[in-house]
Design a protein around this ligand. Structure first.
Ligand code: FE2
Ligand code: FE2
Length: 214
């Protein structure tokens, strides 16, 4: 059952306002090193921007928990054996690869390292790590914040940047990868807002990349 909303849904091409909030810049800086692995420095800012749109569509969610959790969710990739990221993380059975559990665990460790010094309390940090832990490997979502992070984590894939990076990770053509997005990833979206954003983004990206021809 898709999570509905009465709020308006922003489906314009993903972008942020020049005068957008910079309150989390200290946290971005704290994990700059971790952003250099596995194109986190492209994936995470784009997913973060989608997360902010989802928070507007679901004002009942705690936006700060969602924003901090999506910012940190894949930081753990920087602390796992890099040679296994492609071989195991994107091979057959990639969803249950050991490397995926490890990146979640390490991401929780990084959250516990960086957040206390930036003034976040224990209860808040636990709400964040509860989302990071299992974000790739757990089937069910535990809370609305968890659901928004899960959808934001997927939404970047429907953009031209996401299609470019992920299709090369999986060794697939853009058109093959777009078919997978439609068949496998669209049905995984939990929120109505996320589903609408993803569908419109994918239609737009497929036209731009001439997927019907190439
Ligand atoms: Fe992940
Ligand atoms: Fe991710």
């Amino acid at each position: 059952m898709t999570l509905q909303t009465d709020q308006s849904i922003d489906t314009s091409p993903i972008a942020v306002a020049a005068d957008g909030p910079s309150d989390l810049d200290p946290l971005w800086r704290a994990v700059e090193t971790e952003m250099r692995t596995r194109s986190n420095d492209i994936h995470v800012p784009i997913s973060f921007a989608f997360a902010e749109r989802l928070c507007e569509a679901y004002p009942e969610a705690d936006a700060l928990v969602v924003r901090v959790a999506i910012l940190l969710h894949d930081s753990g990739w920087a602390r796992v054996d890099e040679t296994k990221i492609i071989s195991e993380g994107f091979g057959a059975n990639w969803r249950q690869a050991q490397i995926r559990f490890e990146h979640e665990l390490k991401g929780c460790m990084i959250a516990r390292e960086v957040l206390p010094g930036l003034g976040y309390d224990e209860a808040f940090i636990t709400r964040v790590t509860d989302i990071i832990d299992g974000h790739d490997t757990r089937v069910e979502s535990y809370s609305i914040e968890d659901s928004l992070v899960r959808d934001a984590d997927r939404l970047w894939r429907f953009t031209p940047a996401g299609i470019a990076l992920a299709s090369s990770w999986f060794g697939q053509t853009p058109s093959f990868y777009c078919r997978r997005l439609r068949a496998e990833i669209l049905p995984e979206l939990i929120t109505a807002a996320g589903l609408e954003m993803a569908t419109i983004e994918l239609d737009r990206a497929e036209a731009l990349l001439k997927i019907a021809v190439l």
